[in-house]
Design a protein around this ligand. Structure first.
Ligand SMILES: [Zn+2]
Length: 719
């Protein structure tokens, strides 16, 4: 590592060793980079942080009053309970074996001791001793993976990347040589990898808009026993886990006395402390003993100096755990997998799609062997709703902890939304295997035949999604919802509540019924009303915007083609950014349309509204209309038709296809006098024109369509 060679200022006050300046932690610089890119995110994150600080202060006050009343568990949110947090280490290095299991165990031990206050605290300054506190967090190495199978909690990934940039999440991305996170709601993910620019580590913060990349990254040079004498006790991970549970650097990330770590019992401190210090150290913000708390894990001092968290920090971390990361404590990640002799498991559906476009349910299931004995035969039965069971036999060989995908012969689908049930009846001829609880899978299937005529949907009915529609909300957070209180027509519409959707890049779908364009359709159109606002002024460049797309599929949603895509300035229906939760006024809608004519004759199509989140402001849709146009066979044959004919008054002149070179339509009476005229400007010809003959006398008229190169004549009879 080059970090010891980096030049930098030296320190003298209280210092016994003169260190080179390194960049110990990039957690706050990453956050600031995110702020710079996304002003909306910055405001909301900081207001969330303020609300969180207020909650912590309330908790601290309550604890103080409990302590004053000498009540038990005064210093803990959870009383005596231990919060157990499953941990997985991803060693992403060119030689991942260079970080041994023993090093990882030593690191985990340091982490646990420091969070429990069981590290060596003999050198804590007398003036700080009473402020230190311990958490009841316990970090355990995962015993099972996200798939429920036995695991060591250590993933070694050989990469060809020598160093990763701390500004990226590349070490978490398999396509960049990284190792993918295990479910971040179930595991604390820790990546050990070489970081560039002398950075020793960084962490995500709770609710920082990046749910898939939650976790901590540490350079191997900051692991216990490394050759780096200043940072080889494993305290970097302790520091980063502090950030993971919402702690801010003790100096408040601003040089000067104005910044705060939002913790009341840490002294005000102007800047990070570097190197090794002893005794009372003061600065311009805290000028008297006991001085700045350079022994706090959230400072940058050498590992040997980092000794404790304060009560205020502990309260903050415990509240962060219960408010943002409670699922970690409910995870089964540290429960060992105990295998019984014979246990088949229906683990999951494979390639499952809730919505199908033909009345046939073809299920595939993953059958897993969670016993120690090989499975050679299995009987599976399945059905939809109240229909009869269908049975399928599997024969083969599934070793212990192995699995196979079993394709079940198709059964007919009922119209509507219905449950499907799959049950493992027996394995190896035994009906009661070791764990009957994992012998079932259930789900639902939605089938409606494609519509053969168009429709309009205004979302006025309570039922949402409307019959034969569906929504897809893969992240289970904000999705397409019916909204009462604004609509182009009526009082309701649908919307994406982006104002509350801090998940940039998340995709949500709203899908109308399929439309059958197989025969006799000459053209088809989708139109809809849209109302949209941004939070950031849409003139800002480089921002991450909410994006609306219209896509179409000819294979029931397996693949899509994009026909319409708008975001930012092209999507909004109001000017400027709106910093309040946007609800459109009646004049703030726009009608957009998409030509589906290229799909005429292509069979069933599935149109979908695809929304990609940008954490801006709300997008509304209303009056969604799918319309198909069928041309009279007669018109098709003749190219020009007058209808109705005879007429009592109104009659239409229709052209097919769209006329080119049409200059005028002239109506003459039987005496040859021109009685009506429609002029057509170049390039503006329409498919249809109307004449009103109601004030003319009965008799025969002649309609002449004058083109650049010809004139076509039709007789029109007025009755
Ligand atoms: Zn830090």
């Amino acid at each position: 590592m080059a970090l010891l060679a980096l030049p930098g200022p030296v320190f003298s006050q209280g210092s016994q060793r003169i260190p080179a300046r390194i960049n110990r932690c990039a957690a706050d610089t990453r956050l600031k980079a995110h702020f710079a890119k996304d002003e909306n995110f910055r405001r909301r994150f900081l207001s969330g942080r303020e609300a969180f600080r207020n909650k912590v202060e309330k908790v601290v006050r309550e604890r103080a009053s409990r302590a004053a009343a000498d009540r038990p568990s005064a210093d803990r949110l959870s009383g005596a309970a231990i919060y157990s947090i499953p941990v997985v280490f991803h060693i992403v290095l060119q030689n991942p074996a260079s970080v041994s299991d023993a090093t990882i165990m030593a690191q985990l031990d340091t982490l646990n001791k420091c969070f429990a206050g069981e590290n060596d605290q003999r050198n804590v300054l007398a003036g700080f001793k009473s402020r230190l506190a311990s958490t009841n967090f316990s970090f355990c190495l995962a015993q099972r993976g996200p798939d429920g199978l036995p695991a060591t909690g250590i993933v070694r990934k050989t990469t060809n990347i020598a160093q990763y940039e701390s500004g990226t999440n590349d070490m978490k991305d398999p396509s960049k040589g990284g190792s993918a996170a295990w479910d971040t709601d179930q595991y604390l993910n820790i990546w050990i990898t070489n970081l560039s620019n002398g950075i020793l580590g960084f962490s995500s913060f709770p609710d920082d808009g990046d749910p898939d990349n939650q976790g901590v990254v540490v350079d191997p040079d900051a692991m216990p026993g490394s050759t780096n004498p200043q940072y080889n006790e494993g305290k970097t991970l302790v520091h980063e886990c502090g950030h993971f549970f919402n702690l801010i650097h003790i100096w408040g990330d601003e040089d000067g006395c104005s910044g705060s770590d939002d913790v009341a019992d840490t002294p005000n401190q102007g800047a990070a402390t570097y190197g090794f210090r002893v005794g009372v150290v003061t600065d311009g913000c805290t000028t008297t003993a006991p001085g700045i708390m350079y022994q706090n894990f959230l400072d940058y001092t050498d590992d040997v100096d980092l000794l404790g968290f304060t009560s205020g920090q502990v309260a903050r971390m415990e509240l962060a755990l219960t408010q943002y990361r409670l699922s970690l404590t409910q995870s089964q990640g540290c429960a060992p997998v105990n295998l019984v002799p014979l246990d088949g498991e229906l683990y999951s559906f494979v390639g499952y799609s809730k919505r199908i476009c033909t009345p046939s349910i073809a299920l595939q299931v993953q059958l897993r062997n969670r016993g120690t004995q090989t499975i050679t035969a299995a009987v599976i039965r399945y059905k939809t709703e109240e229909e009869e069971w269908t049975t399928a036999d599997f024969t083969g060989s599934i070793p212990s902890l192995g699995s196979v995908v079993v394709s079940l012969p198709a059964i007919p689908a009922l119209q509507g939304i219905h449950p499907v049930y799959v049950e493992l009846v027996s394995v190896n001829g035994v009906t009661d295997d070791g764990d009957p609880a994992n012998n079932f899978l259930t789900s639902t299937v939605q089938y409606y035949p494609a519509l053969t005529t168009g429709f309009t949907e205004s979302f006025e009915d309570l039922l949402f999604p409307p019959v034969a529609w569906d929504t897809l909300n893969p992240d289970g957070r904000v999705g397409w919802e019916r909204f009462v209180g604004a609509g182009k027509t009526g009082f309701a519409s649908v919307r994406m509540h982006n104002f509350e959707y801090d998940r940039p890049g998340a995709v949500d779908w709203l899908r109308p019924p399929q439309l059958d364009l197989s025969s006799g359709i000459d053209s088809a159109f989708l139109s809809f009303q849209v109302a949209a606002a941004t939070y950031t002024d849409p003139v800002v460049s480089g921002n991450n915007w909410d994006t609306l797309e219209v896509v179409v599929s000819t294979d029931c949603g397996a693949t899509y083609t994009s026909l319409y895509k708008k975001w930012g300035a092209t999507l909004v229906t109001v000017a400027g950014g709106r910093q309040a939760d946007f609800v459109p006024a009646p004049g703030e809608w726009r009608k957009d349309s998409v030509d589906l004519t290229p799909y005429a004759g292509k069979g069933q199509i599935l149109v979908a509204f695809k929304h990609t989140a940008g954490f801006e402001n709300n997008v509304y849709l209303d009056d969604i209309q799918l319309r198909e146009v069928r041309v009279f066979p007669n018109l098709k044959a003749k190219g020009m038709l007058v209808y109705p004919n005879p007429t009592h008054g109104l009659t239409q002149v229709q052209f097919y296809p769209q006329p080119t070179g049409l200059k005028a339509l002239l109506l003459f009476n039987a005496q040859g006098a021109l009685v009506s005229r429609i002029s057509v400007a170049s390039g503006t010809a329409s498919n249809t024109y109307s004449f009103d003959l109601s004030r003319f006398s009965a008799g025969v008229y002649l309609l002449k369509a004058v083109f650049d190169d010809r004139v076509e004549v039709r007789k029109v009879v007025k009755q």
